[in-house]
Write a protein that binds this ligand. Structure first.
Ligand SMILES: C[S@@+](CC[C@H](N)C(=O)[O-])C[C@H]1O[C@@H](n2cnc3c(N)ncnc32)[C@H](O)[C@@H]1O
Length: 359
C-alpha cells in the first residue's frame, strides 16, 4: 500500500498500457450480441438532422502514446500503471468536476444518506472507503463520524489535500491482496465500483477478513440496463443499446458492470460469511419522467450527473475497449441524450445499496 504522498510523477508510476487489439470486439461479435454497428449512430445523425455536421474523423490517438505519467486515450487522461488496475474513468479536471456532481447525484438517490448499514456512531472508529474517487464520501462521512478515522483508497491521486484531520487517502489497487491486518475496520464501504472490481467474491472475502467482528460492509451499485414497461424504449434505441455495450465492455475488461443484474453484492457477502444481509433498491426514471416527484428528482439528477461528462464516462469502454471511434460514440450519445430528455420515453434503471455484518 503506497501513500499518495508519493508523487504521481515518480518514475515507478510511469508506464504505458497497451490494449491488445485482440481485446477489441469484432463487428461480427458485436452484431452477435445485439449491439448495432457503431456507424449506425452517425447515419442516424445525418438522417435526422442533415444540417448537423459530423466532424472529420480525427486520427485515433495511438494507444502507445502517453503524456508524462498518465495514460491518454482520445484526449482524456487515465491513471498511470499501478498494480493490475485498469480503470475506465478519466482522472482529468473535467471528470473530477463530473465526479463531484455525481456525489450529489448519489446522495439524492440514497435519500441524502451516506450509508444504510445500522452503524453505531459511538462505536465506529476505523473506516475504509475503497475506490474513493474525489474522496467526497470519505470527507462527508468523517464529518459525521468525528470519532472515526477514515481511509480512502484509489489508484489515482485526485483527492483534495485540505481535508478533515480524521481523513487520509492512500494509493492502492483494491484488486490486489489487501495489506490491512485482520479485524481492522468497523466499516468497509465501496460506492459505484462496477467495472472496477475484478472478483466480487474476493473483494468481500477481503472485506470480511479486515472487518472487525460486528463491523459492516456496504456497497452501492447502479445497473447499466434500462427497462421500460410501456414499450416507449424501442429495441434499437440508444437507451436499449447502452446496457449491451457496457456489459460487453465489462466482459472484455474482466470487470463486470452487472453487479446489480447478477445480485453479486448479496451473493458475495453471503459467501464471505457476512450475516444480517439487507439491501435497498432505488428506482430511477431516467431524465425525471413520471408523477412521483421523489423518483423524478432522482432521474433528473442522474441525467445531470452522466451528462456532466458523458464523453468521459463512455470514452474508455466504447472507444478503447469496444472499439468505436469517438465520432461514432458522440453520434450515439447525442441520440441517447435526446431519448432520455424526451418525457414520452419512459426508461428506468435500478440501483442498490447492500450491506451485511461480520458476526
Ligand atoms: C465510479 S468511481 C467512484 C468513486 C467514489 N467511490 C464515489 O462514489 O464517488 C470509481 C473509482 O474507482 C477507482 N478505481 C478504479 N480501479 C481501482 C482499483 N483497482 N482499486 C482502487 N480504486 C480503483 C477509480 O479511480 C475511481 O475513482
Amino acid at each position: 500500500m503506497a501513500s499518495n504522498s508519493k508523487s504521481p510523477k515518480s518514475p515507478q508510476n510511469r508506464g504505458l498500457t497497451r490494449v491488445p487489439i485482440s481485446m477489441l470486439l469484432s463487428n461480427e461479435e458485436q452484431t452477435a450480441i445485439g449491439i448495432l454497428p457503431a456507424s449506425h449512430w452517425e447515419q442516424q445523425l445525418t438522417q435526422e438532422d442533415p444540417d448537423e455536421r459530423i466532424t472529420e474523423r480525427a486520427k485515433t490517438v495511438s494507444l502507445t502514446e502517453s503524456i508524462f505519467e498518465y495514460r491518454q486515450f482520445h484526449g482524456r487522461t487515465y491513471h498511470s500503471v499501478i498494480g493490475r488496475a485498469e480503470s475506465w474513468e478519466p482522472n482529468d479536471e473535467r471528470h473530477i468536476d463530473a465526479m463531484e456532481i455525481a456525489h450529489h447525484g448519489y446522495m439524492v438517490l440514497m435519500g441524502h444518506k451516506l450509508y444504510r448499514a445500522p452503524l453505531d456512531k459511538q462505536r465506529v472508529r476505523k473506516v475504509l472507503d475503497v475506490g474513493t474517487g474525489t474522496g467526497l464520501w470519505a470527507i462527508d462521512f468523517a464529518d459525521e463520524f468525528l470519532k472515526a478515522d477514515v481511509v480512502g483508497t484509489d489508484i489515482t491521486p485526485i483527492q483534495p489535500c485540505w481535508v478533515p484531520a480524521n481523513v487520509k487517502f492512500e494509493l492502492d489497487d483494491c484488486n490486489l491482496e489487501w495489506t490491512w491486518p485482520d479485524n481492522t475496520f468497523d466499516f468497509v464501504h465501496g460506492r459505484m465500483l462496477i467495472g472496477i472490481i475484478e472478483d466480487w467474491y474476493e473483494f468481500h472475502r477481503q472485506a470480511f477478513r479486515t472487518c472487525k467482528p460486528g463491523g459492516y460492509v456496504e456497497t452501492f451499485v447502479a445497473s447499466t440496463s434500462f427497462h421500460c414497461d410501456d414499450g416507449t424504449v424501442k429495441e434499437d434505441s440508444a437507451m436499449s443499446q447502452w446496457g449491451k455495450v457496457w456489459r460487453e465492455g465489462g466482459r472484455k475488461l474482466g470487470r463486470t458492470f452487472e453487479a446489480y443484474e447478477n445480485d453479486l453484492q448479496r451473493k458475495a457477502m453471503e459467501a464471505a460469511g457476512f450475516v444480517d444481509i439487507e439491501y435497498k433498491d432505488y428506482f430511477v426514471p431516467m431524465g425525471g419522467w413520471g408523477d412521483d416527484k421523489e423518483a423524478a428528482e432522482k432521474g433528473l439528477w442522474c441525467k445531470i450527473t452522466v451528462e456532466a461528462d458523458l464523453e468521459g464516462y463512455t470514452n474508455y469502454i466504447f472507444n478503447v475497449i469496444v472499439g468505436w471511434t469517438p465520432e461514432e460514440t458522440n453520434a450515439y450519445t447525442d441520440q441517447l441524450k435526446k431519448e432520455w430528455s424526451n418525457p414520452n420515453i419512459h426508461g428506468y434503471f435500478w440501483a442498490r445499496s447492500a450491506w451485511g455484518r461480520k458476526p
